[in-house]
Design a protein around this ligand. Structure first.
Ligand code: SF4
Length: 246
C-alpha cells in the first residue's frame, strides 16, 4: 500500500490547479477523525479536504450564459464548452439574441460539442420559453427550470447550486459512479443517488459535494480502471474493500 504522503506528492503537491499544501492536510489525516466516524463520514471528510477549492470549470457572465453552457456540456468536456461559448457569447448571449438566431448558424457555432442538432433545438426553444413565460429571465426554482426545453433535473440542480447559490445536488455520470462505488449511495438511478447523498451530506455542502465527486471521478475514480491503489479514499471505500476481501 502506498503511504498517503506519496499519494499527495503524486497527485496534489505537483499540481498547481488547487495549490494544495500537503503538510496542512496531514494534520487532518492524523488527528481529526474520532472513533465514531462512519466510513461515509471519513470519505466525505477526505474528499472535502482534497477538493476544497473545486468548482465549476464553465465560464459564464450571467445565469443565462451558465444555462446555455450546462446544456452544451452534456457528453462534452467543460474545456470544449468554454471554447465554443467564448465565440458564441461574443454576439449571442441573451435569450432574445439566441431566440432570433438562425438555427443553422447556432448549429455551426456549437457543432464541436456533439449532439449539436438536438442541443441547438433545445437552446433556441429554451430561449423562446424564457421570453414567453419568464420575461427573458432564467427562473430560480427547480420546477420552473425543469419546465424549460432541454432542462432535466441534473441541469436544474446545477443552475440552482452554481447559478443561484441554493442547496441542490446534481448527479451526473461521475457523481453517480463515484458515490455508488464509495458507498455514499446504493442507487440504481440518479434520483436515488441524489436522495441518498443529500440525506447524509449537510445541506450547505450539497453544491460543493457535487464538485468533490466530479473531480474525484475525473482524476482518480475513472469509469474504466479506477486508480484505487493511488486513491486517498480507499481506506473507507466499499468498492475497494469488496475488491480486496479474500
Ligand atoms: S478506492 Fe477505487 S473505487 Fe474507491 S473511490 Fe478510490 S478509485 Fe474509486
Amino acid at each position: 500500500m502506498i503511504p498517503f504522503v506519496d499519494l499527495f506528492q503524486k497527485y496534489f503537491m505537483q499540481e498547481n490547479e488547487f495549490n494544495y499544501n500537503f503538510f496542512e492536510k496531514a494534520e487532518f489525516f492524523s488527528g481529526k477523525w474520532n472513533g465514531n466516524m462512519t466510513d461515509n463520514e471519513k470519505a466525505l471528510n477526505i474528499l472535502e479536504n482534497v477538493y476544497k477549492d473545486a468548482g465549476t470549470a464553465l465560464k459564464f457572465n450571467s445565469v443565462f450564459e451558465l444555462l446555455v453552457s450546462v446544456i452544451l456540456s452534456a457528453q462534452c468536456t467543460d474545456v470544449r464548452v468554454n471554447k465554443v461559448t467564448s465565440e458564441l457569447f461574443k454576439k449571442y448571449n441573451t435569450p432574445k439574441a439566441i431566440a432570433d438566431m438562425d438555427i443553422a448558424e447556432l448549429e455551426d457555432y456549437i457543432k464541436s460539442c456533439g449532439l449539436y442538432k438536438n442541443k441547438a433545438k433545445n437552446i433556441k426553444a429554451m430561449a423562446n420559453a424564457l421570453l414567453e413565460s419568464f420575461e427573458g429571465n432564467v427562473p430560480s426554482t427547480r420546477e420552473e427550470l425543469m419546465s424549460l426545453p432541454g432542462v432535466g433535473r441534473k441541469t436544474a440542480n446545477v443552475m440552482l447550486s452554481v447559478g443561484f447559490g441554493k442547496p441542490a445536488f446534481a448527479v451526473d455520470t461521475h457523481v453517480f459512479r463515484v458515490a455508488n462505488r464509495i458507498g455514499l449511495a446504493d442507487g440504481k438511478t440518479p434520483d436515488d443517488v441524489e436522495k441518498q447523498v443529500t440525506s447524509i451530506v449537510p445541506e450547505e455542502k450539497w453544491g460543493n459535494a457535487h464538485h468533490w465527486l466530479i473531480h474525484h471521478g475525473r482524476r482518480i475514480c475513472h469509469a474504466q480502471n479506477p486508480d484505487c491503489e493511488n486513491c486517498p479514499v480507499r481506506i473507507c471505500c466499499k468498492f475497494y474493500a469488496e475488491k480486496n476481501k479474500n
